[in-house]
Ligand binder design. Structure first.
Ligand SMILES: Nc1ncnc2c1ncn2[C@@H]1O[C@H](COP(=O)(O)OP(=O)(O)O)[C@@H](O)[C@H]1O
Ligand SMILES: [Mg+2]
Length: 448
């Protein structure tokens, strides 16, 4: 399992190491360069002093005095070695066996001679008179400087490691402290259960970075709560819908059994029972359909369908009812869509049965088919008073009936439009309700 605390602390430690490394390299090279530069200046200065000594002793022409001077001032402290070469390039002062002859005028060169790191410089001497000297070569032992650099390196390595350790432990503490609000949120979330779905994460004073997450979580809870609420009310609605027909069935049967009934009477009871049972069957069928739709059942028999004949078939099925209600159905336009014809007929049937219920006798219902922008629209429009906004919002919900007393009948449970909406969604479309030309238009739009 990965830990944010550990990985943050580790990466901060890594950043510290990188920073120290970069700074260390820069400091190291800076110091090394400065040391070399000062060594060079020192040697050039010393060579100038050698020339000065030459100028001093040139009158006497005494090489020994010159050597003395040089030994006194320079070679005394061990770091410096001076060679003097005569006209024939022979060493007249200084040790032997050193690569001094290969140096050019003004050269500054670092070489390792018998295990010692030395810097060399050479200068032509002027006005040497009877001393017959031509060149002075000077060597500076670089070991002390190398020691200094090594010490610097060790110091930086130690400081770097310490800094890394310190950063790691401190950032462990800091991130632990910084992540404490997450723990608090987790504890809050852990207390939320189905019976306390109204609880929300407390986002007051929460860090900006966590606010979005907490809000998203609260949003999930909102949706969960409303879904849960829906399931609960769905159960209550189902129980409610079942109670009335069952009560009717029971009381009717009890009445039939209570006395010696004539066969005609018993038959009437059975007929009324059958009607109630048919209503219950249609309720169960509708609920089953919605349950399948909820489970994301996809439409199997998608075919390119000319919708007009489907609308005609539904109208023919309702012919008798239309005539009884003194209504006329008019079909307008045409449209095709890739859909399940059976489901389309079911949707159109639900829409038309509603329109028949809500239209006054003598009026006509308009069934229209249109296509626009690769969308097919099927709408059923009927004249009637405008539907209040509250009803429009809820009419596609399950078991919703604006005026149950008015529409209450065996096969009217408030599931018709919920099924229309489910069918539209199964086809990737949507159901709608709108007002146009004094008519109520309810329908679906699905992609072609
Ligand atoms: N054409 C319409 N005109 C006015 N109201 C309608 C129309 N169609 C549906 N409604 C409203 O929407 C509600 C839900 O319709 P529906 O789901 O078909 O259930 P049901 O027909 O069983 O009442 C209806 O009870 C009614 O209030
Ligand atoms: Mg209906």
């Amino acid at each position: 399992m990965s830990s944010i605390t550990a990985s943050l602390a580790l990466s901060l430690a890594g950043v510290t190491v990188m920073t120290f490394l970069a700074a260390g390299i820069a400091i190291y090279w800076g110091v090394a360069y400065t040391l070399e530069q000062t060594a060079r200046e020192e040697m050039v200065g010393k060579l100038r002093i050698v020339q000065h000594f030459v100028d001093e002793v040139v009158q006497d022409g005494n090489l020994e005095t010159l050597r003395h001077h040089i030994d006194d001032v320079m070679t005394g402290h061990g770091e410096l070695t001076v060679w003097l070469l005569n006209d024939r390039d022979e060493v007249v002062h200084g040790g032997l066996g050193l690569p001094v002859r290969q140096l050019r005028e003004g050269d500054f060169e670092v070489r390792t001679v018998s295990g010692k790191k030395m810097a060399f410089a050479r200068k032509s001497l002027e006005n040497t008179g009877s001393l017959q000297l031509r060149t002075a070569v000077i060597a500076l032992d670089m070991a002390p400087r190398a020691r200094l650099l090594r010490a610097l390196l060790y110091l930086m390595l130690t400081a770097g490691s310490l800094a890394m350790l310190l950063t790691f432990t401190l950032s462990l503490q800091a991130t632990r402290h910084g992540l404490r609000p997450i723990g608090r949120l987790s504890r809050q979330a852990a207390t939320i259960a189905p019976n306390s779905l109204a609880l929300r994460l407390d986002i007051s004073g929460i860090a900006r970075e966590l606010e979005e997450l907490a809000q998203a979580f609260n949003g999930v809870l909102d949706r969960l709560e409303s879904a849960y609420q829906q399931v609960r009310s769905f159960n209550a609605d189902v129980a409610h819908e079942l109670r009335t027909p069952l009560a009717t069935l029971i009381s009717g049967t009890q009445l039939a059994l209570s006395a010696n009934r004539t066969q005609v009477h018993l038959r009437a009871t059975l007929e009324s029972n059958l009607e109630e049972l048919e209503g219950l069957k249609s309720l169960v069928n509708d609920m089953m359909f919605l349950a399948h739709a909820d489970h994301g059942t996809v439409v199997q028999d998608l075919v390119d369908t000319n919708l007009r004949p489907e609308v005609q078939k539904v109208c023919e099925f309702y012919d008798a009812l239309l005539e009884d209600s003194g209504l006329k159905a008019v079909i307008e336009g045409r449209a095709t869509a890739r859909c399940s014809p059976a489901l389309m007929r079911r949707a159109i049937s639900n829409l038309l049965s509603n329109a028949i219920k809500f239209t006054a006798p003598g009026e006509s219902i308009k069934l229209s088919l249109t296509e626009h922008g690769r969308i097919a629209e099927i709408a059923v429009a009927n004249p009637g008073p405008p539907i209040p906004a509250e009803t429009q919002e809820r009419m596609f919900s399950r078991f919703y009936q604006a005026d149950p007393a008015r529409v209450r009948s065996g096969d009217s449970h408030g599931l018709g439009l919920a099924i229309v909406s489910a069918i539209a969604k199964m086809h990737g479309g949507q159901a709608f309700c709108e007002r146009a030309d004094g008519m109520t238009r309810v329908g679906i739009r699905i992609p072609q």
